[in-house]
Design a binder for this molecule. Structure first.
Ligand code: F6R
Length: 369
């Protein structure tokens, strides 16, 4: 049931603080370290892992892109994220020391399933991150970390994405914890921050009315561009994907550093460009570079829609529209930065008269190629 909301998607967006909290539940012990007993891959095997490969499709792939940054940072194990549909048709290098992480909400996506079968044939260990109990992907994996988002009915993935991110952070932090890295203190601090993140998601949800208003005012547009860097790049891709599938608009996400290598030619008068700004506290170099990107595109006529941390004053002069998100550790920012983009796409779809829960041509789980 829609619980008083017009669409399942709205209900599922609103459920995100709870979904995130549920996915953390019981996985952080009293002393603030992680206990992932359900991950039935022996710690001795995890200590020997020398490469992590993440496979997924669509929104789950975007979660995987963010996971790569978290895993490499906190564990120093090389990690690559690949579209399952690409991975299975090449000749990837895998062996017993490779950990493959397959991310899937439904647990039934054919490409992801085929990718993990291929990985296991090569002797790799497969850990599934999945939202659907007893589905095929977890059944065929060595271990599974379930996301506890609850059933996701709307075709466009929202709460499953946020919980996939949480599960990915848990895997990254857990690997860091069992292997011991120089980031021990940071890992502890991030685990503490994760415990509070549901509240931050809630704060974002409470401030979404201006985003809805903005979306309605853009309903007649043909194109929206999205820019981001580091973890903000997959967030930009996710914002663009949501807009394509729900509003049927031309939407593209770019890594902001690529602007000068081509995409800046697209900027014209009044073109809406959403920019995801990294925290000025974390990687401040990236922050400053994005601020100059915003200046550059605005000087060329773009209408800038800026998503920036509370207290980031540097962006104010260049933001035609400013969407504030709570301060988080750098790597966790996608948990709060994605939410306004979901609301934006949902409202634009509604304003354009589209069927929000059941976009044309799409199915909730893609069990064919
Ligand atoms: C986008 C969306 C799809 C899925 C993709 C993978 O909103 O829902 O891109 O993320 O089809 O599906 P799962 O996670 O079920 O493997």
């Amino acid at each position: 049931e829609k619980g008083g909301y017009d669409y399942f998607m709205l209900k599922e967006i609103a459920e995100q603080p709870k979904a995130v909290a549920d996915t953390l539940l019981g996985r952080i012990d009293g002393s603030g370290s992680l206990s992932l007993d359900e991950v039935r891959i022996p710690v001795s095997v995890l200590r020997e892992v020398d490469k992590v490969v993440i496979v997924a499709c669509g929104t789950a792939y975007h979660a995987g892109m963010i996971a790569k940054l978290a895993i490499e940072h906190w564990t120093r194990i090389p990690c690559e994220t690949e579209l399952a549909s690409e991975f299975r048709y090449r000749d990837p290098i895998l062996d017993q020391r490779t950990l493959v992480v397959a991310i899937s909400q439904s647990g039934e996506t054919m490409d992801t399933l085929m990718a993990l079968r291929h990985a296991r044939e090569q002797g790799a260990k497969v850990l599934a991150i999945c939202n659907t109990n007893g589905s095929t992907i977890p059944r065929e994996s060595d271990a599974v970390l379930y996301t506890h988002a609850g059933p996701e009915v709307a075709v466009a993935s929202t709460k499953a994405f946020l919980t996939q991110l949480v599960a990915c952070y848990l895997v990254a932090l857990y690997l860091g914890q069992v292997r011991g890295t120089k980031w021990g203190d940071e890992i502890e601090a991030v685990i503490r921050e994760l415990s509070d993140i549901a509240g931050a998601v809630d704060t974002v949800l409470e401030t979404m009315e201006p985003v809805r208003e903005l979306a309605r005012s853009l309903a007649h547009k043909d194109t929206v561009l999205f820019l981001g860097r580091h973890v903000g790049y997959p967030v930009a891709l996710e914002g663009a994907l949501k807009l394509k599938e729900l509003a049927y608009m031309h939407a593209e996400g770019f890594a902001a550093g690529e602007l000068k290598h081509g995409p800046i030619a697209l900027i014209e008068q009044d073109l809406p460009v959403v920019v995801v700004v990294p925290s000025p506290r974390g990687r401040s170099v990236l922050h400053d570079k994005i601020v100059s990107n915003i200046q550059e595109i605005r000087a060329r006529g773009a209408r800038t829609i800026v998503i920036a941390e509370e207290g980031d004053h540097a962006v104010v002069p260049y933001a035609d529209h400013l969407i504030r998100i709570p301060a988080t550790p750098t790597l966790l920012q996608p948990l709060v930065a994605t939410v306004p983009l979901q609301v934006f796409a949902c409202e634009l779809a509604t304003a354009r008269g589209n069927e929000v829960d059941q976009p044309r041509n799409l199915a909730k789980s893609v069990t064919v190629e």
